[in-house]
Design a protein around this ligand. Structure first.
Ligand SMILES: [Zn+2]
Length: 258
């Protein structure tokens, strides 16, 4: 009398268990892909390059457009927040950031050299050409970006390495330009990059030697440091026809060749 009734309730219980098993499988099946980290290359066209002085005063802005891209990590469904090390291209997917052509008119000079030096969209002039040092004007630019120590600086021009050296005082200690590199541009003029993170063996810190070929905007001229100076910054000099010439007039106009 109780037999059929028991069988019935057994079937009911199994049915309910199977239902939950399938529900769980379905949940995992549909939500698993959503819980994986997704990567996306977000690109935007950057128009304004802002050059400011140390006090925040804007010296110039430029409007040559270029693409700036960054990898964005997106999650949907997962509760783990994105970490910095997740901001990497996914192997085999998502494409690669575009290569920026800094010399679009093949003049041998980057079109907006201020952006090419650090590959950033803004920089700060911490010392102008007019600033008087002792009795003589600086007649060069001190350039700075956040966390500049150890950052690579890139060449403003095509050319060849003219000199890689260090300036020292009578006791052999670094002074003045510290470790520095000179690049000869296509017109035969000299660009000097000073206060580099070098060594006696490799003053540029990036392995440059006299005669090394340099490409505008893409070849590193050195790593930034404070060698020979109080604080880390890049000291940039321009010697036109053998005369030290302030390079600042080139900053505001991207179509002006250096
Ligand atoms: Zn300086």
């Amino acid at each position: 009398m109780g037999g059929p009734k028991n069988e019935e309730s057994c079937k009911k219980v199994y049915g309910r268990q199977l239902f939950f098993v399938f529900l769980l499988l379905g949940f995992v099946f549909f939500t698993w892909p959503a819980m994986q980290a997704r990567y996306e290359l977000a690109c935007s066209t950057v128009w304004a390059v802002v050059i400011t002085e140390l006090d925040g005063q804007v010296v110039s802005t430029t409007s040559t457009p270029y693409q700036q891209c960054e990898w964005i990590t997106t999650y949907s469904g997962g509760s783990t927040p994105p970490r910095d090390q997740d901001r990497q291209p996914e192997p085999g997917g998502g494409g690669t950031p575009p290569v920026i052509n800094y010399d679009t008119n093949n003049s041998g000079f980057v079109d907006c050299y201020q952006t090419a030096i650090f590959h950033t969209t803004s920089l700060t002039i911490t010392s102008t050409c007019e600033e008087v040092r002792g009795s003589v004007p600086h007649n060069a630019l001190d350039l700075w970006i956040p966390n500049i120590d150890g950052k690579a600086a890139y060449s403003v021009c095509n050319g060849t390495v003219e000199k890689v050296d260090a300036q020292r005082d009578g006791n052999g200690a670094l002074t003045g330009w510290g470790y520095y590199v000179e690049i000869k541009d296509p017109a035969g003029n000299i660009w000097r990059y000073a206060h580099l993170k070098g060594t006696n063996v490799d003053p540029s810190g990036v392995g440059l030697t006299k005669g090394s070929q340099i490409a505008a905007g893409t070849s590193q001229v050195g790593l930034c440091d404070s060698s020979g100076a109080q604080t880390a910054h890049l000291h940039l000099e321009y010697w036109k026809d053998g005369v030290k010439t302030c390079p600042v007039s080139k900053l505001g106009n991207c179509s002006t060749k250096a």
